[in-house]
Ligand binder design. Structure first.
Ligand SMILES: Nc1ncnc2c1ncn2[C@@H]1O[C@H](COP(=O)(O)OP(=O)(O)O)[C@@H](O)[C@H]1O
Ligand SMILES: CC(=O)N[C@@H](CCC(=O)OP(=O)(O)O)C(=O)O
Length: 258
């Protein structure tokens, strides 16, 4: 089976011009099929504040009312996605921007209301690989933002870490998929302020202990839930760390084990 690399970058890389350029330079040189997934939550929050739209985050997810959905559509599918595609084209990587609505790639449903109503937040139901496979076979690189749809004309906000893991799971039937979460730290850290304290391997047993001890918190919780979801659904390899882990095998990072 051919390997497909699915690489997600978070807001702290997108916002740092030099870090982003370094990452895109390396990414454009990766041989073989690859998909880029990007977040951009920080920029959406900044714009919402400027526009006087209240920002509410619960359990690492954005409560998305109609105004917020408009903002995230403009920021994720518009500004960030198109700029990334243009920057990749400048590096001779033939990229095409995608939301989950494009090519009917990712279908979702509104997250069910239990204690919290997240508004226009979508849980993924299905990934359609057909259109994307044609592109990958023709050396075209899809670039995904954190937006999905319900096939009835409704867009939904879906966490970018989830988009990456669902794509990796969806493609696992036709490729050996590898999932890389790139952010500004060296991996999952024992001490969030010490970049040398990387936990090199996390499995479902030490994961629970790390949560109970308060070592894993904030945005790292949904990220790791997505990692375990992927590794339990036939994704071959799941790693978290700085982008350098993609380009230099000696770079310390966290690997997820079943
Ligand atoms: N044990 C940990 N190791 C590393 N980061 C952690 C840890 N616990 C919490 N974090 C926080 O999680 C953040 C990453 O989550 P998030 O901001 O959602 O990332 P991204 O936007 O890159 O997806 C880090 O910037 C860090 O502040
Ligand atoms: C539902 C939900 O929370 N969606 C995220 C999507 C963006 C994202 O995931 O961005 P980062 O990866 O940069 O955090 C949000 O709107 O913040």
């Amino acid at each position: 089976m051919q390997t497909l690399k699915i690489i997600k970058i978070g807001g702290n890389i997108i916002d740092d011009e030099q870090a982003l350029d370094n990452f895109l330079d390396g990414f454009s040189k990766i041989k073989g099929p690859k998909i880029l997934v990007h977040g951009g939550g920080k920029l959406a929050t900044k714009l919402a504040n400027q526009m006087g739209v209240e920002v509410k985050m619960t359990n690492g997810r954005r409560i998305t009312d109609a105004d917020t959905l408009d903002i995230i559509t403009m920021v994720y599918a518009g500004k960030i996605n198109k700029n990334l595609v243009a920057k990749l084209q400048a590096k001779q990587c033939n990229a095409i921007g995608f939301s989950g609505a494009d090519g009917n790639a990712i279908i979702s449903e509104k997250r069910p209301v239990k204690d919290i109503d997240y508004g226009f937040v979508g849980d993924v139901l299905k990934v359609n690989t057909n259109t994307l496979e044609v592109l990958l076979n023709n050396q075209v690189t899809p670039v995904f933002c954190a937006i999905t749809h319900d096939e009835n004309g409704q867009l939904f906000n879906t966490n970018a870490d989830t988009i990456a893991s669902e794509l990796a799971i969806g493609f696992a039937k036709i490729y050996q998929t590898e999932l890389y979460y790139c952010f500004e730290k060296n991996g999952v850290l024992l001490n969030v302020n010490d970049d040398d304290s990387v936990i090199e391997h996390i499995n479902s047993e030490n994961y629970q202990t790390l949560i109970n001890d308060g070592i894993i918190a904030d945005g790292m919780l949904p990220k790791l839930n997505n990692c375990f979801h992927a590794i339990k659904h036939k994704v071959h390899k799941v790693c978290i760390g700085k982008p350098e882990m993609l380009f230099n095998s000696n770079t310390k990072h966290t690997t997820i084990q079943a």
